[in-house]
Design a protein around this ligand. Structure first.
Ligand SMILES: [Zn+2]
Length: 251
């Protein structure tokens, strides 16, 4: 019997339906664009910040650390989309995307990247071998072995002990595909080495408002905290009024 869909799984299914994405591989970066959410990819080499979602009147923007491997970036982008759909006008700045209070966005990301209907079809009729089931899922949906395993467990396709024993195996995306005769997709280049000017001003503004710690702001801009430049007047095109409406520190 299929478990009932959680609200987060419903939200993921709703986006696939709205955008007519079917049940296969999705690109969360393209989806963000289709939803009117701006995406900024930038390498944060020390990994102190993996992702950020910030709502604006124009639909909001998502930041993703482009230094991470592709499966991680895809998950981060999907996780931030989850915040957009589930938490609307709340700002999220995050360095660790598996923080306990972030579970709703993670549930969304799992179900959005690994479509429950599609993966059931994919695995239907295959032998119940956990490693090969997860390898096929990683291959089809371009997710990490842990994301694939957790999704299969949530969808009732593997058991909790099977997941635990699988996770103890320490597979990576590349190793599980190669071991199963599948070819890993290459990682994308980290991309632009300097933060786009408009986004840089937004980061400074977040620091000024106390919504982003100076340490993280400095890490994103690759400068020492003390040398963070003064903020230009009203750098955010939406103006300070909207920014000031948001909760204080979410860092
Ligand atoms: Zn989050």
């Amino acid at each position: 019997m299929e478990p009932e869909l959680s609200p987060q799984q419903h939200a993921a299914e709703a986006i696939r339906h709205e955008l007519d994405l079917g049940h296969g591989l999705v690109d969360p970066f393209i989806v963000a664009d289709q939803l009117g959410i701006e995406v900024v990819r930038f390498p944060v080499v020390d990994g102190s910040l993996e992702g950020m979602y910030r709502p604006t009147e124009l639909g909001g923007y998502i930041f993703v650390n482009s230094q991470a491997v592709s499966v991680r970036q895809r998950f981060t982008a999907a996780h931030e989309l989850g915040h957009h759909r589930l938490h609307g006008t709340t700002t999220f700045v995050e360095s660790v995307i598996d923080a306990p209070d972030d579970w709703e966005a993670n549930r969304f990301a799992e179900a959005f990247l690994v479509d429950p209907t599609g993966v059931r079809r994919l695995l239907a009729g295959l032998e119940h071998d956990v490693v090969s089931m997860i390898a096929r899922t990683c291959d089809e949906y371009w997710v990490s072995p842990s994301a694939a395993g957790i999704a299969l467990k949530r969808f009732g396709l593997i058991s909790e002990p099977e997941l635990a024993s699988f996770l103890a195996g320490g597979w990576t995306y590349a190793s599980i595909l190669s071991a199963n005769g599948l070819r890993p997709r290459p990682d994308a280049e980290p991309g632009a080495a300097s933060l786009p000017g408009r986004f840089r001003d937004r980061v400074l503004r977040l620091v000024e408002l106390g919504q982003l710690s100076p340490e993280r702001g400095g890490a994103m801009l690759e400068v020492e905290v003390e040398s963070l430049p003064p903020v230009a007047p009203s750098p955010d095109p939406l103006g300070p009024a909207l920014l000031d409406d948001l909760p204080e520190s979410l860092d």
